[in-house]
Design a protein around this ligand. Structure first.
Ligand code: SF4
Length: 229
């Protein structure tokens, strides 16, 4: 397997490495529990709000949006500027408000109601094509929908996972988040998408942080390419 002409570790070696990391994370943090069945639209909108911001600002934006507009219909019929005002804490508010209303409009026009429950009857590749083809919906959003909404095998790559993957050496330096989704899909141990995703995020928030990674106390240091960062 090569990436941009650079020699890259063999697929099987990488799979073993990722399996080992999954187990080390589970040993440290446990196996995260599955949340209840997903509110598909909520997950979709929340993930759109998460673009280019942190979890705290995303949550504030989402809570404000849902408290001002409790029904999806309310969001669709509202003036865009009211949506912008509600989601302002999440950043890029104009762009995100427009996208959210466009997506709700598309769902209503194509399905007759504001629900994504029809996705349950589709296979994951069809969903990636259909939902991933919508403006403003990237692979992270689609993978979140598949993993958290539908409980499918899917591995969303956020900024924490991209950063850790490059430091530890299971994502090539040259890949952006968009391409990292296709890269990771065949490497994640079967049935471990949720565990690895949530535990890596926890690890990225507490140990392998963006600015001050705690390398001296890191339980993944032996796996890491840059343990002295
Ligand atoms: S050793 Fe440092 S850079 Fe490597 S994974 Fe641990 S905290 Fe991150």
């Amino acid at each position: 397997m090569t990436e941009s002409g650079k020699p890259w570790q063999e697929h099987e070696v990488l799979k073993r490495k990722i399996k080992g990391i999954t187990l080390l994370l589970e040993k440290q943090y446990g196996i995260p529990r599955k949340e209840g069945a997903g509110d598909f639209l909520g997950i979709l909108i929340e993930t759109i709000l998460s673009q280019n911001t942190n979890d705290q600002n995303r949550d504030r934006a989402y809570q404000r949006l849902r408290s001002r507009f409790p029904r999806w219909d309310n969001i669709l019929s509202a003036k865009t500027r009211s949506i912008v005002s509600a989601i302002r804490p999440g950043g890029l508010a104009e762009q995100k408000a427009k996208r959210i209303q466009e997506i709700l409009r598309w769902i209503k026009d194509s399905r007759g109601k504001l629900s994504l429950s029809f996705l349950k009857g589709m296979d994951s590749e069809e969903i990636k094509e259909l939902i991933g083809g919508l403006k403003g919906v990237g692979p992270k959003t689609v993978h979140c929908l598949l993993l958290f909404g539908l409980g499918r095998e899917a591995f969303p790559v956020d900024t924490h996972i991209l950063r850790i993957g490059k430091r530890v050496g299971f994502i090539p330096e040259t890949l952006n988040a968009m391409k990292a989704h296709a890269w990771m899909s065949p490497l994640v141990p079967k049935g471990k998408s949720l565990s690895l995703h949530l535990n890596l995020i926890r690890f990225g928030r507490s140990v392998c942080t963006a600015r001050h990674p705690q390398c001296k106390d890191c339980f993944l240091a032996e796996e890491c390419l840059y343990p002295s960062q």
